[in-house]
Design a protein around this ligand. Structure first.
Ligand code: FMN
Length: 391
């Protein structure tokens, strides 16, 4: 395992390294937002615009970053978000990322659309992880997947609600990562010119969506991609969540909630937590940045449930901002994928350590000693920001 050099100081440094090692089509798959990428950029712009209240008149020698997410102890209020095709960034990346997260002490979420299957990951790690489910047209298949997640010992199910249909990502279309996938001369060249990545990929357990392997021969990548796309289901709703709730006895998180009323419906349908997320700007382009929407959702359901947030986190300072806006914890997508793409498992560990150290520093300089009770006042002008968003 190659240790990241000491000169890596930020998630941005990991991002640059990942671009050097991973072929362009796969890095663009990670970086992409949908359509004109307005929401992708808004996520960052909104977090960047938030100013933190520095407080200096307190003893901050003892800081506690550890907290709980749905009753599970975590070393910091961060979890790894589900990301499809994570194993295309680094061979067997799902297992490596899960190991890094578990060794660090935070939850790892496996996507339905990962390359490795639930069973591949469960057989290679020691502790339970979280599983993300897309509801499929074939409800029998969704039920099967829920049962498999149960059998694999997953302690939480993340039901993604914002993919009734898929937002178009132009860069994926250009790069041949659409349906069907195309091997264009430029992506063949890109693969050849990244030999370390290509040689490592020869050792991958799988090359296509492992969770669907029972349905289509996994070596038929085109058929597999078509199946995954065909199974997107525009009809799921609150009743479907109630149905999942009956099948899944452990913790249930509803992901992709961006509206206070939807958050109430999610809780009424039996969710244990909501994840305020715009899918990292990959679904509805023009949807609000999560940082601007989060406070209203916390106000609507924060006394009944745990509210998590994602989309745009690139530093521990961003984590503190989301905590100040009322989230109990954040999820990270690209921030961990950059570490994975740059240095594999050691890179994921590095990304997590960077976020931890940055959050620790940010807490000390804002006079906060407990990450589980960050006051709203840490956000400078919180009241004015709320009025601006309402007007
Ligand atoms: C490459 C990539 C693949 C993703 N795949 C999934 C997925 O399969 N299921 C899902 O619910 N969300 C998926 N997401 C969204 C993430 O779970 C998360 O909401 C998003 O990455 C958060 O934004 P961030 O990347 O800025 O941290 C994906 C995101 C990325 C970047």
């Amino acid at each position: 395992m190659r240790k990241p050099p000491d000169s890596i100081a930020s998630i941005e440094d990991l991002r640059r390294r990942a671009h050097r090692r991973v072929p362009k089509p796969f890095m663009e798959y990670v970086e992409n937002g949908s359509f004109a990428e307005l929401t992708l950029h808004a996520n960052r712009a909104e977090l960047d615009a938030i100013r933190l209240r520095e407080r200096v008149m307190f003893d901050v020698s003892n800081r506690k970053l550890g907290t709980t997410m749905l009753g599970e102890p975590v070393k910091m209020p961060v979890a790894i978000a589900p990301t499809g095709m994570c194993g295309a960034v680094w061979s067997n990346g799902e297992i490596l990322s899960c190991r890094a997260a578990q060794a660090f002490g935070i939850p790892f979420s496996l996507s339905s659309n990962a390359l490795l299957s639930l069973e591949d990951v469960a057989g290679a790690v020691d502790k339970p992880f979280w599983f993300q489910l897309y509801i499929t047209r074939d409800r029998g298949f969704s039920e099967e997947m829920i049962n498999r997640a149960r059998a694999a010992g997953c302690s939480a199910l993340i039901l993604t609600m914002d993919l009734h249909v898929e937002g178009t990502r132009y860069r994926d279309v250009h790069n041949g990562l659409g349906i069907p996938p195309r091997l264009t001369p430029s992506n063949v060249w890109s693969i050849i010119s990244h030999p370390a990545w290509a040689i490592a990929m020869l050792h991958s357990k799988r090359w296509s969506f492992g969770n669907y392997a029972g349905r289509v021969d996994p070596s038929h990548i085109r058929e597999m991609a078509e199946l995954v796309k065909d199974q997107l289901d525009p009809s799921y709703d609150q009743k479907t969540v109630e149905w999942v709730r009956k099948l899944w006895p452990r913790k249930l998180i509803l992901k992709g909630i961006l509206d206070p009323e939807d958050a109430r419906l999610a809780i009424n349908a039996g969710a244990d937590a909501v994840l305020v997320s715009n899918h990292g700007g990959r679904q509805l382009d023009g949807a609000g940045a999560t940082a601007s929407i989060l406070p209203d959702i916390v106000e609507a359901v924060g006394d009944r449930t745990e509210v998590f947030a994602d989309s745009g986190v690139r530093s521990g300072l961003d984590v503190l901002k989301f905590l100040g806006l009322g989230a109990r914890a954040c999820f990270i997508g690209r921030a961990y994928l950059y570490g994975l793409g740059a240095f594999g498992e050691a890179g994921v560990t590095k990304a997590l350590q960077l976020l931890y150290d940055e959050l620790d520093t940010a807490m000390a300089l804002t006079g906060i000693t407990d990450a589980s009770s960050v006051p709203r006042s840490v956000i400078l002008d919180a009241g004015r920001r709320k009025r601006q968003h309402q007007s």
